[in-house]
Design a protein around this ligand. Structure first.
Ligand SMILES: [Zn+2]
Length: 61
């Protein structure tokens, strides 16, 4: 399960959680573990997200 980086707008704390992409995109409630604020945004710096690209790889014969 991948980790996602978040940053809190209130206290600027950076933290990471592990969750599925579907949970991130829907109704996952992320709270800052420092101040409990839910005013957080996803931060992509320093995180390498591997995208699975399966198009055009027809190597089977
Ligand atoms: Zn905070």
């Amino acid at each position: 399960m991948p980790n996602y980086s978040f940053k809190c707008r209130d206290c600027e704390n950076k933290f990471s959680i592990s969750a599925k992409m579907s949970e991130i995109g829907e109704d996952l409630e992320v709270e800052c573990p420092e101040c409990g604020s839910d005013d957080v945004f996803q931060s992509f710096d320093g995180i390498g997200i591997m995208s699975c690209n399966s198009s055009g790889s027809a190597a089977f014969s």
